[in-house]
Design a protein around this ligand. Structure first.
Ligand code: TZP
Ligand code: MG
Length: 220
């Protein structure tokens, strides 16, 4: 999948699902990916902090193939080398990972690169470094990541939602309860771990999220 195709999908798909087995109610990542794809989600990130490099490589290859077959964007978290080796369409890096410019040199012009941001300076840095999309948060407290930054400020929210040159997704405590407010603030893409992968019925959870987004859009 090309970088342009990823950008196109990002424009049309508000749901961004992040996999992590510790939060998946005992389901394996491959099984969770199958259910997320069956629910119609077109953007999946593999974010696995508790497995060996070998395990990650083995299962990420399988999930990358599943995503390709489903026409979904597959994004590898943290590691550019794993992303390249397993055939991911994209890489997502945080402020403490390899910089976007390094990832671009390593992975080439067709890799779709996302960068985690928390402040206005982070967003400006991501834009300057040629990121293809920005993840912005945490919007709300979350149990899913222990070492989160402070919650984003209202000023940074205003700055982030005013950026129109690249896709933006919000993260951290995002789910059906918080999406209406986030939508009002200007967000149109919602990255979620627990609201999707920690749900017993993933298809029902995704359908409900889509309904909440549609209602928020209807209210304008
Ligand atoms: N980055 C900032 S908050 C967060 C990450 C990976 C965790 C989001 O998890 P949840 O369950 O959607 O709040
Ligand atoms: Mg990281």
């Amino acid at each position: 999948m090309t970088r342009e195709e990823c950008v196109e999908i990002f424009k049309n798909e508000p749901v961004y699902a992040i996999l992590g087995e510790a939060l998946s109610l005992g389901r394996g990542n491959v099984e969770t990916a199958r259910q997320v794809l069956a629910a119609g989600v077109k953007i999946i990130q593999y974010r696995e902090k508790h497995k060996s490099w070998r395990e990650k490589y083995a299962e990420a290859k399988v999930i990358a193939d599943l995503c390709r077959a489903a026409g979904a964007v597959f994004i590898m978290n943290d590691s550019a080398d794993l992303a390249i080796a397993c055939g991911a369409a994209g890489i997502h890096v945080g402020q403490d990972d390899a910089p976007c410019t390094f990832v671009r040199r390593l992975a080439g012009p067709d890799m779709f690169i996302g960068v985690s941001t928390n402040t206005i300076a982070d967003i400006q840095g991501a834009i300057r470094d040629g990121a293809d999309y920005v993840g912005f948060g945490p919007m709300h407290p979350t149990e899913s990541k222990k070492d989160t930054h402070d919650l984003v400020t209202a000023e940074a929210i205003g700055y982030a939602t005013a950026q129109t040159q690249m896709p933006l997704t919000c993260i951290g405590g995002v789910g059906p309860e918080t999406i209406p407010e986030l939508y009002k603030e200007g967000f149109r893409s919602f990255a979620m771990i627990s609201a999707i992968v920690s749900q017993p019925d993933i298809a029902a959870a995704v359908a409900h999220i889509r309904q909440v987004i549609a209602q928020a859009a209807h209210k304008g």
